[in-house]
Design a protein around this ligand. Structure first.
Ligand SMILES: [Zn+2]
Ligand SMILES: [Zn+2]
Length: 392
């Protein structure tokens, strides 16, 4: 058995809101070019499979039929539907919108199926992770919610406990909303707080629906300018304990890399190496708690040369059990391609080395805004999951 399956088709580049929009397809093209130039496609542990747009029946496992029809009109007649978030500044119209977004959905759904069936241990859809999309509306550059569709497929196959871990700088509001009342899905989002960043939600006190769903939403709302050591401290203090307490059968994770200091949209300052470390932790949790069943998705990330390809190529390598050395030089072939595509002089190395951080066990400073944010999450949700907010 191959360890990891990466879904990829050049047609995924057709998810394109046009010139000047932050979500430029170059982010995916440069990632795939780096995956190739690092030799990862030759790894016997990694397979790459093509992906076609999902059928309406699959898309409608998580979206209203009326909304799917509106997305089709948006992508054919270029007919705006601002009440459904289509044709807005964030989500401009483009030809083939339905097909492009439905292809992202198919990627995540087919990987969920393959991982659940034991065809592969790990699935990768770097074009996925469209975590803001809602049942009946586009939001925040996200038309269809492939992450929710992948999770829904797992539930439809009989999964009783799915953990969703969202590392994007923005709150994973869409996925959280889909499964708010469902005790079978734990959603964990680590993000910049809503006072300073879209979509404005994701407070520590938001802990899921009532009854058995209480405690199945976990929100870490970080202050602006949180750096690598702070971000890892927060992720470490919350994500492993809540995932272990929930005891998932499968982990779906979203690896939006817009928490980086060079990202134009967020106000966090989390370097590539820290984002790699968090991905390693999610991977380790999948092996520790879920027999390795792990579906990893892309997400946000708008520093298309210096951040996105580095974080996601490293993610592919990690999932393929062929990790790239920290600080490894970036292939000259890739640097030239990136320079040609963007006009930006790319980085020379894939990070610089592990980011040191202080673990929560070493103590907590109530005067520190980061520590207050982490403590708030632990206080609100840990007791609901049978955990002690004060001690690990
Ligand atoms: Zn984001
Ligand atoms: Zn593994």
């Amino acid at each position: 058995m191959r360890v990891a399956r990466l879904v990829w088709s050049p047609d995924l580049l057709e998810y394109d809101f046009g010139p000047g929009h932050p979500m430029a397809p170059a982010r995916l093209a440069l990632t795939m070019r780096l995956v190739a130039d690092l030799g990862l496609l030759a790894q016997p542990t990694l397979e790459v499979t093509d992906v076609a747009p999902a059928s309406d029946a699959v898309v409608q496992t998580v979206h209203d039929p009326d909304y799917v029809a509106a997305v089709r009109r948006a992508g054919t007649a270029l007919e705006a539907d601002e009440a459904r978030g289509l044709g807005t500044e964030d989500n401009p119209l483009f030809h083939g919108m339905h097909e492009a977004a439905a292809r992202q959905v198919a990627g995540s759904v087919e990987l969920a199926q393959a991982v659940w069936d034991g065809e592969v241990l790990h699935g990768l859809n770097i074009a996925g992770g469209m975590h803001h999309a809602q049942r009946g509306a586009a939001s925040g550059f996200c038309v269809y919610n492939d992450a929710a569709a992948g999770i829904q497929r797992l539930l439809d196959l009989g999964a009783e406990r799915v953990a969703y871990v969202d590392l994007d700088a923005h709150h994973g509001d869409g996925v959280e909303a889909f499964f708010w009342d469902d005790p079978r899905v734990l959603t964990v989002s680590v993000h910049e707080e809503g006072r300073t960043l879209f979509p404005g939600t994701g407070n520590p006190a938001d802990t899921g629906g009532t009854g058995a769903a209480s405690g199945t939403a976990v929100n870490v709302a970080l202050p602006a300018r949180t750096d690598g050591p702070g971000w890892l401290r927060a992720v470490d203090a919350v994500v492993p304990p809540v995932v272990r307490a929930f005891d998932p059968q499968v982990i779906v994770s979203q690896h939006g890399c817009d928490a980086h200091g060079l990202d134009p949209l967020s106000h966090l300052e989390v370097p590539v190496d820290a984002q790699r470390t968090a991905a390693e932790w999610v991977h380790a949790l999948a092996h520790e708690r879920a027999d390795g069943r792990w579906v990893a998705l892309g997400g946000g990330g708008y520093a298309v040369v210096d951040v996105v390809p580095l974080v996601w190529a490293a993610l592919v390598a990690e999932a393929a059990h062929a990790p790239v050395d920290r600080g490894a030089p970036l292939p000259e072939s890739w640097r030239q391609a990136a320079l040609g595509m963007s006009g930006i002089e790319p980085a020379r190395a894939l990070g610089s080395g592990p980011v040191e951080f202080r673990s929560w066990r070493s103590g907590y400073d109530p005067a520190d805004p980061l520590d207050r944010a982490v403590a708030a999450t632990r206080r609100e949700v840990f007791p609901l999951l049978g955990l002690d907010p004060h001690h690990d």
